[in-house]
Design a protein around this ligand. Structure first.
Ligand SMILES: [Cu+2]
Length: 161
């Protein structure tokens, strides 16, 4: 009984040795390199995801203007590739979109496909976003007809490298 189970163990380790022998040393090195490359490729994604987002407060006000609390100049400055928690307080003007009840939007031309066209409901709206790697000057616009000054409802956005 004992002898038989010993035989089985020997047989199992034999077949493993066989498999190892079948795999050429070059293949084994290839796999190691592949694993290393995969790990390296994931580092930037992991770095962004493990970041604690910086909280950025904005008001989309009832007078059809964007405002940044604590700032005189209404210019939003963000860093390329940084993770932010955009907290927008939206206050209803004299008009709003009756289809989805959006009272304003926070939209950056050219970044719409990266999630930067945000329709805002009355009250607090929160979005976790990565700032695109697109340094320079941009424009935040409201694309919801929100009142008499809607056409001028925009704000400069600067992305630093
Ligand atoms: Cu508007």
């Amino acid at each position: 009984m004992i002898r038989r189970s010993k035989k089985l163990v020997v047989a199992a380790s034999d077949s493993k040795r066989k498999r190892d022998a079948e795999m050429s040393p070059i293949k084994r090195v290839d796999l190691k390199i592949l694993g290393l490359l995969l790990g390296l490729a994931l580092i930037p994604a992991v770095r962004v995801l493990s970041q604690q987002p910086r909280v950025v407060e904005v008001i989309a006000d009832k007078d059809e203007h964007f405002k940044i609390p604590g700032q005189k100049k209404q210019v939003l400055t963000l860093k390329a590739n940084e993770l932010i928690l955009l907290r927008i307080t939206a206050r209803k003007g004299s008009e709003f979109d009756k289809v989805d009840n959006a009272v304003h939007s926070f939209s950056v031309k050219g970044w719409k496909d990266q999630g930067w066209h945000l329709r805002l409901k009355e009250g607090l709206n929160e979005f976790k976003l990565v700032v695109p790697d697109d340094p320079g000057e941009h424009l935040v616009e409201c694309l919801v007809k929100c009142g008499p000054e809607h056409d001028d409802m925009n704000m400069k956005l600067i992305v630093t490298p």
